[in-house]
Design a protein around this ligand. Structure first.
Ligand SMILES: Cc1ncc(COP(=O)(O)O)c(C=O)c1O
Length: 413
């Protein structure tokens, strides 16, 4: 007897499989508003009729049809990020690099030019050189702290984009957003900012004139090293272009991942306060230790742009750079001797993470590229987590002792 025949015998119009599919995809009736954003784990959304489906799919009518284009949990995250960045609109992605890629590609065509800060994340530099370069988009790198040089680079030839990082990875160079946005706009370029190291709690580039602010939400927004995500917020007309690129390139954020980032955002402020307090305490202490060449933390008076930090940032994150006088061997010994930080290559997490950029995050760069990006062989990038700061200081003290025992390699800045 077929499924359908046995169903008829029991008085149902449909067979078991049909009923199983229908009952298992029936949303529950909920009269009360949930206090968390539900995970809309559905790729497809059903329209009332063919006309409505056509209108939603083409964007003539607001709504959902297919989750590569829009998903309600993703939309909730995009709107949350836009609001926290002080922006008109936002959009989210499967990773920070996907957000950077879509933002750049939305604004350039073959034959266009980008002017980018020299102090930029390794994968972004690689995207500009190795992905966009062969497609006919040229990038010129400048020292973004030298406003005259930025002005000259934009005046010399037309450029579509001026690109900078609020706090550069890993050298902690600050970008003066108001000044850079004014220069970019004066030359008809859009000003795009990677705000990952700061997060919108510490800096809001759009409020200072940036056209788009990009976040690797994998870092402080998510905050727990358990979700990969990206976001962009800014001018509504540009976000529409960015969304168009994303629809056809498909780096869609999974709704469960969007939920995790939303959950992270709820505690962003309290986490950042603790990240900042612990990182500043450790950075100040490290600066006074033997074997330490320099510590670069935006809230230390020794930061070369300390005055700008006070204007640009409403605090700091957990990030600082630490350069050891013993060069590469000392940096390796320091990392190997640490017992509390995770030996991994991310940042912006509850876990403290110490990485050696020349052998991890900036491995794409040869020695000349590293020099150009201001990365010395003994440089370590520290992302201070939420552990007890006294425990971290004791661990760092033992690691410094191990670094000092290594045979010193001449450090070249
Ligand atoms: C400053 C910065 N921007 C962007 C990214 C890329 O983010 P994701 O790993 O989420 O693609 C990173 C990753 O480390 C980063 O440090």
């Amino acid at each position: 007897m077929s499924d359908r025949d046995s169903a008829r015998q029991r008085g149902s119009a449909h067979g078991f499989s049909t009923r199983a599919i229908r009952v298992s995809s029936r949303p529950p009736r909920v009269d009360q508003r949930p206090t968390s954003v539900p995970v809309y784990q559905s790729v497809t959304f059903s329209a009332a009729d063919a006309d409505e489906l056509g209108a939603v799919t083409t964007g003539a009518l607001d709504g959902y049809a297919y989750s590569r284009i829009d998903n309600p949990t993703d939309t909730a995250l995009a709107e949350a990020v836009a609001e926290l960045e002080g922006a008109e609109a936002g959009y989210v992605f499967a990773s920070g690099m996907a957000a950077i890629h879509a933002s750049l590609v939305a604004l350039v065509r073959s034959g266009d030019r980008i002017v980018c800060t020299r102090a930029v994340y390794g994968s972004t530099r690689s995207l500009l050189m190795n992905v966009l370069g062969p497609l006919g988009v040229r990038t010129d790198f400048v020292d973004a702290t030298d406003l005259t040089a930025v002005e000259a680079a934009l005046a010399s030839e037309p450029a579509r984009i001026l690109y900078a990082e609020t706090l550069s990875n890993p050298t902690m160079v600050l970008a003066d957003h108001a000044a850079l946005a004014a220069i970019a706009h004066g030359h008809g370029a859009a000003y795009l900012v990677d705000n990952t190291f700061a997060s919108p709690y510490v800096c809001r580039p759009v409020e200072l004139g940036a056209d788009l602010a990009i976040e690797s939400a994998t870092k402080y927004l998510g905050g727990h090293s358990d979700v990969l995500a990206g976001a962009v917020a800014g001018r509504a007309d540009l976000i529409r272009e960015v969304r168009r690129v994303q629809i056809d390139t498909g780096a869609t954020l999974a709704p469960w991942a969007a939920f995790l980032v939303l959950r992270g955002i709820a505690t962003l402020a309290v986490r950042l306060e603790r990240h900042a307090a612990s990182s500043l305490a450790l950075a100040g202490w490290l600066e006074r230790q033997e074997g330490v060449l320099r510590v670069v933390h935006p809230l230390l008076p020794s930061h070369p742009q300390h005055e700008l930090a006070a204007r640009l940032l409403t605090g700091s994150s957990g990030m600082f750079a630490l350069e050891l006088s013993g060069g590469r061997p000392a940096a390796r010994a320091f990392i190997d001797a640490l017992t509390l930080p995770e030996r991994t290559a991310s940042l912006g997490s509850i876990h403290t993470m110490v990485v050696h950029p020349p052998s991890t995050t900036h491995r794409q760069l040869d020695d000349a590229g590293l020099r150009d990006a201001g990365i010395a062989p003994g440089l370590l990038r520290c992302s201070i987590g939420l552990e007890d700061v006294d425990d971290l200081q004791a661990d760092f003290a033992a690691a410094l002792e191990a670094a000092r025992r290594t045979t010193a390699e001449p450090a070249t800045a």
